[in-house]
Design a protein around this ligand. Sequence first.
Ligand SMILES: O=C(O)CCC(=O)C(=O)O
Ligand SMILES: [Fe+2]
Length: 285
Amino acid sequence: MDIIRRDNISYEEFIEEHYKPGIPLVFTKAAKVWKANGLFTPDWFRENYPERVTDCRGKNYNMKEIMDMVEASTEEKPAPYPFIFDIPETLPELMPLLDPLDLNYASPNWLKNKMFQSLGKWGGATELFIGGPGGKFPYLHLDYYHLNAWITQLYGEKQFTVFPRGQEEMLYPRPDDPWRSELNIFEPDYEKHPKYKDATPINFVVGPGETLFIPFGTWHTAYSLTPTISVAFDTLNSKNHKEFMKDVWTFKSRQGKAKAIAMYSYAWLATQSSKISESFKPKVM
Ligand SMILES: O=C(O)CCC(=O)C(=O)O
Ligand SMILES: [Fe+2]
């Protein structure tokens, strides 16, 4: 099976053919509406924001160091992956270059509601991902909170692997963390994971200006082929809010029952508030 790529798809077609059935899609031109498209390069970040800092596996790096590392990265000696900047927090100047954030497709998005925003991160962040050749996302996974992921490649090429929904059995979710797979899909051990033989990974490359839509519940991972810069954000709405609420309960329960009840109640109010606001907007699903 191949990934579907569309250069010209209406919002309604996207909703019917991809969003509702949960089928991944590469939009080849959606990012044309962003000023960031064609602008973001390692040099541009080095020139404009050399001192901005982020943490990667417990160590701080600034933008200039990161860009130097990913440009020197090789298959044999890969730079750490991924370097992630929280855009609204550490690079707020980029937000106007990513407007409209929803690319005229990623709506409705309840995460824009003030109640979710004030909670900081419920997986609902807008993030800059930077990587270099040989940089692999550490594991095959499902995104927490069953959010839909939108990943726009603005520089370089990244290989993605996604699995059509319904292949859980063959992907060996970890018993202690069922959002993460035990597999190393780059070097599968078929003796240990025999059912993986029947899984049908879809491998494809996402290039500059292209946007990948990963529906919630889709197992995926990524691999940087060149120095890469991408922007990722998530969406939540009536389609995934039930699964979202279940995850809120599961994750918050790890911090005790009282915390789980408090957070679940807050999330429930936030989803209700979003649902009501949505009913006053023209684009309703
Ligand atoms: O490396 C990537 O672009 C994939 C990122 C991803 O799947 C995630 O952050 O959940
Ligand atoms: Fe992910």
